[in-house]
Write a protein that binds this ligand. Sequence first.
Ligand code: NOJ
Length: 499
Amino acid sequence: MSTDYTRREFAEFASRAAIGLAAPAVGSAQAQPQATSERRTGPEFPQGFLWGVATSAYQIEGAVNEDGRGVSIWDTFARTPGKIKNGDNAEIANDHYHRYKDDVRLMKDMGVKAYRFSIAWPRIFPSGTGEPNPKGLDFYSRLVDELLSVGIQPFATLYHWDLPQALQDRNGGWQSRDTAKAFADYAGYMAGKLSDRIRHFFTINELYSFVDLGHRGADMEVQGKTVTHAIAPGLKLAPAELNQVRHHAVLAHGLAVQAIRANGRQGTKCGPAENINTPVPLIEAPEHIKAAEIATRELNAGYLTVMLEGRYTDAYLRAAGPDAPRFADEDLRIIASPVDFVGINVYRPSTYVRASDEASGYSEIPFNKSHPKMFSSWHLLGPEVMFWAPRLVQSLWGVKEIYITENGCGASDELSDGTVHDTDRVMFLRNHLMHLHRATEAGVPVRGYFHWSLMDNFEWTDGFGTRFGMVYVDFDTQKRTPKPSASYFREAAARNAVV
Ligand code: NOJ
């Protein structure tokens, strides 16, 4: 492993890539990496490591009124004046519903081996339950065929926040246990229809986000400033109701796991895709690492901890007091239905911690006001989280297969002279890959990495101005232009290494 490679030769690669980027196709001969044997390689990932990209239905598909799709809570939220920056909405977004073949080609040219996309529940069951809509199913079936035809493995997420509006209106959405049951029915239906070609399903994306940011009123403290980050359905519930929503979300996950097992082909694998709260030990010494383990269980008590342990921690129940969720013991068994893998979305440390004599066993160190950050208001930078997040999941819960289901950063990318200079994203990507590599070297079973995102898209309340893609999208013309980070990704994937 040579470290001087990355400095000296990367400069050469970057200029080559810039030439490639100016050409119409990212896979043009000019920009192809040389054969592995001719190039020295940076730290290599284990054989078979999967290089992927991720998107979600509402953020890219558009076509919100086509082919029988029902209304989702995000349609309603985005149409409410004042909710989304610049009054943006995702009615057209990336027009991926019509351009999916071109987007698959783009992935192929970037050397992508696996694609994590989400299925819009309201396309399949327009009013949440009842009669399925064959045209909705047909879209995902065609997408999967297209992916497989170019050798890209499909990984499908069943819920990425676009709840059918009918369920919100009928049941109060996630406030009702019936929504968890409806989700399981939909999950089972999808597994029955598509597990002949999709071998990996994620149940729910980022439970923490849609529960807490969608139902708590969602003010967040970032470096001493209050950032409001409310998302659909935009409710501000009392603590007892919020805890019940959280319980229904983990219950929905567990019921969906059971439904996928009951309806999917043998060998279909499933698990969650959760944005784990990751406390990073301030110092790498046994007592501080232990403190990070204790903190991880508590900071994820209502989510991954109960999903993987089948119980709420004592501290979680004590803190909730009379507002604790109401449930039967049987619920806990369902919530902890065994999963095949755990997907984690990793963007930033949630805090730094060290050992402490306090009863909790750890103390948090607040972020300095000058701590570096990326473009999004919430996005503090701490690449070491990419080592600690999977490492803690393994050491705490003995998980045998882990996927990084999201990692990436937003930027203010602008197109000039046919290219975008997303040096911040390349820096972010390389540093996170270094730490991920350290995790695989240490024996942490990370099987793949999905970059968020393939292309710029509708970044929820931040609208289209916060760009997370490795491919730039002109939302007026729908022209896609790969950024330097796309070249970086292609090279890393081709060599299965940090480059
Ligand atoms: C997590 C979410 O799953 C995704 O939808 C979002 O765009 C990214 N984080 C970036 O904020």
